[in-house]
Design a protein around this ligand. Structure first.
Ligand code: AMP
Length: 220
């Protein structure tokens, strides 16, 4: 099964994708994570993407589409996968559909995590990440045992530059003007399912499992 997780930043797409991939062995392909890895390693893609990411703007379609197609061809062709944070524009959606159709591995299901503005801002402003292992925390909902230190590997936690309030506003504007339209695009294709992203991660996971069970009789 090949899925797209759609929703605003802070909807919990990444959290659900991690939970599902651990349980069901899905390959989790997060465009944001792959881009951040490229920035960290100072690759050509990373150098081109950095200024867009710092401002909360979208990286250009051609860079992101080529990067994701390459990743799918290398790692995911024969696997179940979740695309998290991709596609984010109509151009990306059409292009990926076209290419996946050619490979006979079309997207089967798109899950839209409908999430309120209040929750999104609370989650993003409180999010902290581990510099080394990438583990995710929240200063209120999921604090580390020792402030600023990763429970898993003991490294320092940091706040993503684009999780600062001024950049979050731009990311949400970008989502509303360029990404939200994908809800109708996939609804018209008949592959869209919706769930609330506002609820606790465990409850969202149960709802997601229900959707997968209904769709595919997958045991979650
Ligand atoms: P995320 O981790 O999904 O919030 O993504 C972080 C940043 O990476 C975004 O604000 C964009 O700058 C960039 N990015 C991630 N996914 C895409 C995409 N599908 N298209 C363009 N830019 C993206």
């Amino acid at each position: 099964m090949r899925m797209v997780f759609l929703g605003p930043p802070g909807a919990g797409k990444g959290t659900q994708a991690v939970m599902l991939s651990e349980k069901l062995n899905f390959l989790h392909l997060s465009t944001g994570d792959i881009l951040r890895e490229n920035v960290k390693n100072n690759t050509e893609i990373g150098r081109k993407a950095k200024s867009f990411m710092d401002k909360g703007d979208l990286v250009t379609d051609d860079i992101v589409v080529a990067m994701m197609l390459d990743k799918i061809a290398k790692d995911a062709k024969d696997k179940d996968f979740i695309l998290d944070g991709f596609p984010r524009t109509i151009y990306q959606a059409r292009k990926i559909d076209e290419e996946l159709d050619k490979l006979k591995i079309p997207i089967d299901l798109v899950v839209y995590f409908e999430t309120s503005l209040k929750i999104v801002i609370f989650r993003l402003t409180g999010r902290r990440l581990c510099k080394d292992c990438g583990a995710n925390y929240h200063i209120v909902n999921m604090p580390p045992k020792k402030e600023g230190v990763c429970d898993k590997c003991g490294s320092e936690l940091y706040q993503r530059k684009d999780d600062k309030e001024e950049t979050i506003k731009n990311r949400l504007d970008v989502y509303n003007s360029q990404t939200k339209t994908l809800i109708d695009y996939y609804r018209e294709k008949g592959i869209l399912e919706e769930t609330s992203g506002d609820l606790d991660a465990g409850i969202v996971y149960e709802k997601l499992s229900g959707i997968l069970n209904d769709r595919n009789k997958i045991r979650t």
